[in-house]
Design a protein around this ligand. Structure first.
Ligand code: FE2
Length: 376
């Protein structure tokens, strides 16, 4: 201890010990205190304008005290005064990640989910942001929602996606048309069965949120099959912890190669979030490249990979339903696996128009519509 300020603030070599209102003594580093002085942030842009790299010497308090609910620091050298609200200090006193209202607990779902799926009418979403907030909440907890009553127009899809984020392109462009193509570049663009998968794991940053607007579906077959990768991964962890670890830690190569593109990326099959909780899966047999891991490692990896893939097909997890014209299914492409049964291409018309947005913007929308933020 080098010195004592008023109200029990202790000046140390590299920071301050500050008594908090709950009786705890908490330590704060001088750089952190100076860098986060309210004057460091431009009131218009709200961005930090203080240049911590530009300080000639390490910051040090000349004096510090608590007054009127604030910690007041006078800095040695510059004489600059920093006043920080005690509530803000309390929030950062334990070194825990900043609380985030968008970190909602994910709720795993199973085969019976179709009756309970969060449903929102297009007109209601367009009319009232409170419905958009509820939709965003369902996306964060369940990872899936069904929108109804979309107009039969090209714009309906992108207008809807624009409610929770900007449409982000893939190497198929801004939107894609799921129907039978004459020269298909993807299994989805045929009438064949499409095994459960997440989209475009061959992209460096695989798309976050996927939208599929059903414009027509009068074919025989072609029912949608969706499953919650989170629910499968949670059960997999409990039953096969060693296999789970392999799928969490091993990078798998994915690809998509045609005349004009050669996409390649590596992804982990089971994904954890920043807190170590399962956030979802990335899996696609039709986009999996030839595994290039050491062959001896594959003695363990392949059985684990197949065990997980088989488990994902268990009826316990499969939500089967028919997507009808005017509906749009929206889902977290890093969590929900989707596929479809084969259909008879000559029995009618099947057309889905799809696009993607990112998950970061979904969380942003949820925070904004929930009135949460540092500048509120
Ligand atoms: Fe897909």
């Amino acid at each position: 201890m080098l010195g004592t300020g008023e109200a029990g603030v202790l000046l140390q070599e590299q920071g301050l010990d500050v008594p908090l209102s709950d009786g705890r003594m908490a330590y704060f580093n001088y750089y952190w205190l100076r860098d986060n002085c309210p004057s460091s942030f431009d009131p218009e842009t709200r961005e930090r304008v203080f240049d911590v790299f530009g300080m000639d010497e390490a910051p040090k308090a000349a004096s510090a005290a608590i007054a009127n609910g604030h910690l007041e620091i006078t800095w040695a050298g510059s004489g600059h005064v920093t006043r920080l609200p005690m509530e803000q200090l309390a929030l950062f006193s334990r070194g825990e990640k900043r609380a985030d209202i968008a970190n909602l607990p994910r709720v795993p779902w199973y085969s019976d989910h179709y009756g309970k799926i969060a449903r929102f009418a297009y007109d209601d979403l367009m009319a009232d942001k409170a419905n958009v907030r509820d939709w965003a909440e369902a996306m964060l907890t369940d990872g899936v929602a069904l929108l109804t009553g979309l107009p039969d127009t090209d714009e309906a899809l992108t207008d809807t996606a624009g409610l929770i984020g900007y449409v982000r392109p893939s190497y198929f462009g801004l939107v894609f048309e799921v129907k039978t193509h004459i020269k298909p570049t993807n299994l989805a663009f045929t009438s064949k069965a499409l095994p459960l998968h997440t989209d475009l794991p061959d992209e460096d940053l695989a798309p976050g949120v996927q939208f599929l607007h059903c414009r027509a579906n009068s074919v025989e077959g072609g029912n949608s099959i969706f499953a919650d990768g989170l629910a499968v991964a949670e059960d997999f962890q409990a039953l096969y912890p060693e296999d789970f670890k392999l799928l969490v830690e091993t990078d798998v190569p994915y690809f998509c190669e045609h005349d004009t593109f050669d996409m390649r990326a590596r992804q982990k099959v089971i994904e954890l979030d920043e807190h170590g909780n399962i956030s979802g899966v990335t899996i696609s047999q039709h986009h999996a490249d030839i595994f290039d891991m050491p062959q001896k490692d594959l003695d363990r990896y392949y059985p684990a990979f197949c065990r997980f893939g088989r488990m994902m097909r268990d009826d316990k997890y499969l939500m089967r339903f028919r997507l009808n014209a005017g509906e749009c299914i929206v889902f977290d492409n890093h969590r929900i696996v989707h596929g479809r049964a084969a259909y008879s291409a000559t029995s009618g018309n099947r057309h889905l128009r799809g696009c993607y947005t990112d998950r970061g913007e979904l969380r942003s929308t949820y925070r904004i519509l929930s009135g949460e933020g540092r500048f509120k």
